[in-house]
Design a protein around this ligand. Structure first.
Ligand SMILES: [Fe+2]
Length: 379
């Protein structure tokens, strides 16, 4: 039987709600509710990925009208939007309220000094040549760029899966996931429902927040491209973390201590994992940034943390979505882009025409191994 909302009213900065035979009145904050609609404008009913980045834009939003019935809560908002909320899902979130990890004394987010943190393009980028990276010197240059700035581009790689794996095997073996080993990416929503497989703009994100051990390296190799748009968009998540820590340390601290849940759902698959957006090692050095608004599952923090968690996630979203921090990268057949998926977020501009890639994932420990073996790092 559907969970029933017995009572609900608009209160200061939120909605007061009571379920079924429960006597408890629970106040849900406005910003959290605005960010957790499960209506079709907010959430893709098939996947169910988020369709909007409401966490970044709703600081002062308030509900103006409220209705409930049929196990759903309906809200009309001061920003003109309407949202709906399944009562059972709301009740589940309330039962599963999340608290932070313990506070650490004198936390300072630290960075590997070899890294070159960047915000926006420094000048025209120079792709490496596919032939040159077959040699030890070319491979060292590729690994060095990938280590220092988190991405590298190689031109003139042949078409087909074999040409791609000839290159990637020099870093590490291809990791198998639900997408296979080497996968094809094109505008084809019938094959995978995921937002990456359509033609609209795709906001920057890291892949596999739903995986406990997200792939450390992502590789795309362009097989076919004509039409307009469709650039890849890159942004340095480490630089954005550094800047958030310097401007708003309270919010950066929250992102080191609060686990966010990522999920991936399609027929026969329900992957889910959780970790803080900024994962540190024991000494406070940033190891991994995880950020994917599309795959962010509903999660309700305990009362005293709700506003901070939303504010922190929204502030980081705002930073990484700032075009002045981003690099746009055009495509042509034979071009390969290799990204450190634990550091650099990627997205895509909207496009027309044909856009087809082969891609694969590698493990981060295999990249780290290649960096040591080729004399790039010692740690
Ligand atoms: Fe992606």
């Amino acid at each position: 039987m559907a969970t029933r909302i017995r009572y609900a009213e608009i209160v200061d900065r939120g909605v007061r709600i009571c379920f079924g035979s429960d006597e408890r009145l629970v106040d849900l904050p406005s910003r959290w509710l605005r960010d957790h609609g499960d209506d079709e404008a907010s959430t893709d009913p098939r996947t169910p990925q988020r369709k909007t980045a409401t966490v970044a834009t709703t600081a002062d939003v308030e509900p103006l009208e409220l209705a409930f019935g049929d196990g759903r809560l309906h809200l009309a908002w001061s920003d003109g939007a309407t949202t709906e909320h399944d009562a059972a899902l709301l009740a589940d979130r309330i039962e599963d309220r999340r608290g932070p990890r313990p506070e650490r004394d004198d936390l300072v987010i630290d960075f590997d000094p070899d890294l070159e943190l960047w915000a926006g393009p420094e000048g025209p980028f120079a792709p490496l040549d596919g032939g040159a990276v077959d040699e030890a010197e070319g491979l060292a240059e590729l690994l060095g760029q990938l280590h220092r700035r988190g991405w590298v581009v190689v031109d003139g790689v042949g078409e087909g899966a074999e040409a791609l794996t000839d290159l990637t095997n020099r870093i590490g073996y291809v990791r198998h996931t639900i997408f296979g080993g080497v996968w094809e990416l094109k505008a084809d929503a019938d094959e995978h429902l995921d937002s990456a497989y359509d033609t609209t703009e795709l906001g920057v994100h890291t892949d596999s927040t739903y995986s406990h051990d997200a792939p450390g390296v992502q590789v795309f190799c362009c097989q076919e491209r004509n039409g307009t748009g469709g650039d890849s968009v890159l942004v340095d998540g480490f630089a954005a973390a550094r800047d958030l820590a310097s401007a708003q340390p309270r919010l950066a601290d929250c992102l080191t201590r609060f686990d966010f849940v990522g999920r991936y759902i399609e027929p026969g698959v329900h992957l889910q994992a959780e970790r803080p957006p900024f994962r540190l090692d024991g000494s406070g050095r940033l190891l991994q940034v995880s950020f994917n608004n599309y795959d962010r599952a509903p999660m309700l923090p305990v009362d005293e943390w709700v506003e901070t968690v939303i504010e922190a996630y929204g502030a980081f979203n705002e930073l990484v979505s700032d075009p002045s921090r981003q690099i746009n990268l055009g495509w042509k057949p034979g071009r390969v882009m290799i990204i450190d998926n634990w550091r650099v977020l990627h997205g895509r501009t909207a496009f027309t025409g044909a856009r087809r890639f082969l891609g694969c994932y590698l493990n981060h420990e295999d990249l780290e191994s290649a960096l040591r073996v080729n004399g790039i790092t010692k740690r």
